[in-house]
Write a protein that binds this ligand. Sequence first.
Ligand SMILES: Cc1cc2nc3c(=O)[nH]c(=O)nc-3n(C[C@H](O)[C@H](O)[C@H](O)COP(=O)(O)OP(=O)(O)OC[C@H]3O[C@@H](n4cnc5c(N)ncnc54)[C@H](O)[C@@H]3O)c2cc1C
Length: 401
Amino acid sequence: MTFELTDRQRALQSAAQELAEGPVQERAAEVDRTESYPWDHVDRLVEGGFVGMTIPEAYGGQGRSWLDAVLVIEEMSKACSVTGRIVVETNMGAISAVMAYGTEEQKRMAADMVLAGDKPAICITEPEAGSSAGEMTTRADRRGNRYVLNGGKHWITGGGVSRLHLIFARVFDEDGAEEGIGGFLAIRDETEGLRIVKREPTMGLRGIPEAEIAFEEMEVPPSMMLMPPRGLKKGFADLMTAYNSQRVGAATVALGIAEGAYRLALDWSEEREQFGRPINEFQGLQWKLADMSIKLAASRALVYGAARSGEGGFPDMLLAAQAKVMTSESAIQVVNDALQLFGARGYSRNRPLERMARDVRMFTIGGGTAEVLRNVVAGAILGKKLPQTRDGYLQPAAQRM
Ligand SMILES: Cc1cc2nc3c(=O)[nH]c(=O)nc-3n(C[C@H](O)[C@H](O)[C@H](O)COP(=O)(O)OP(=O)(O)OC[C@H]3O[C@@H](n4cnc5c(N)ncnc54)[C@H](O)[C@@H]3O)c2cc1C
């Protein structure tokens, strides 16, 4: 499958490549080593117009497509996966949910924050509700002219650096009757009761914090509730369709890391000589390089195709799931093979391969595990979804004995 890019897309891709191969690449190792959020990269992304690209022009963005964002994420991730993830989360996920379902006031607020460089945090996962996100127990109780949130989330990307938070919670009316799952917007340091509890010590992607967040009697006005199109009863699925964009973005980061590793391996295979010849003259390594290129070509086709399916809306759920499973799993293999081609040098912290191997490992887990996404794919191709709970339906954990 070939993908024709427009002149405008090619120009965007080259501008992203220039930034990625310059200052972004230069500091990638340091960002990892010091585990510090790359605010300098954020400033450059803002200057280059790479944040909020998908926000409509009416709200100050460029109204760009998911594929445009993918092209930028891919280039950044070849050099620095953390910077790639920042581009994902300033163009997809939480911001796209607000732009699709928010009120005028919510859209303006979120767009202004993102265009100034804020990477919103999306808060779904809880310690007892991971893959079964619908079992979350964080609750929002209506009390007069306020919602009061109590509960907690963990593994929230950007916790401690993000200001805008999109928090999913079970909503209860004044009489304590449950209404469904809704999304609430809150701003760290402005919304009292939002507390960053701790940062996770992660294997890779160390320049961006993963945090546990507590909501303690956190009060928000109803105007900060993000209303799903079908209302609170059935709306969680609607809110989650926005997440398909984030899945395509996550797949793109994995693709970019693997492409970066492959390029390094190709060059090294020509440069490194053993037995008096470049190591790429050994057929075993030629086949390894061939397999790597095949995996990358297949992944890129799926990722670009999934991104294109979302024109005028959100990427298709099946295509996004297929792209993320394929790309995340093959990217781990490609990076591992690239590291192998470097021999002992691949295992050194003085070279990027070990960082890339740690970074890429995440993508079969975060944003829907490869197993859960296979359930999504199976459900779509078979036209039936097997219940995952023993009794065949999802029941809020809070109501179970
Ligand atoms: C780096 C990172 C960043 C993240 N960022 C965010 C974020 O910003 N916001 C957020 O809300 N969450 C975030 N997450 C959380 C992520 O979405 C969850 O880790 C993921 O949904 C899986 O949940 P879990 O870790 O609790 O695993 P579990 O659900 O406990 O799963 C354990 C294992 O069981 C498998 N499994 C579970 N159920 C099934 C099933 N029905 N069929 C087959 N296999 C199954 C899983 O695939 C997995 O292998 C992040 C995670 C990571 C690692």
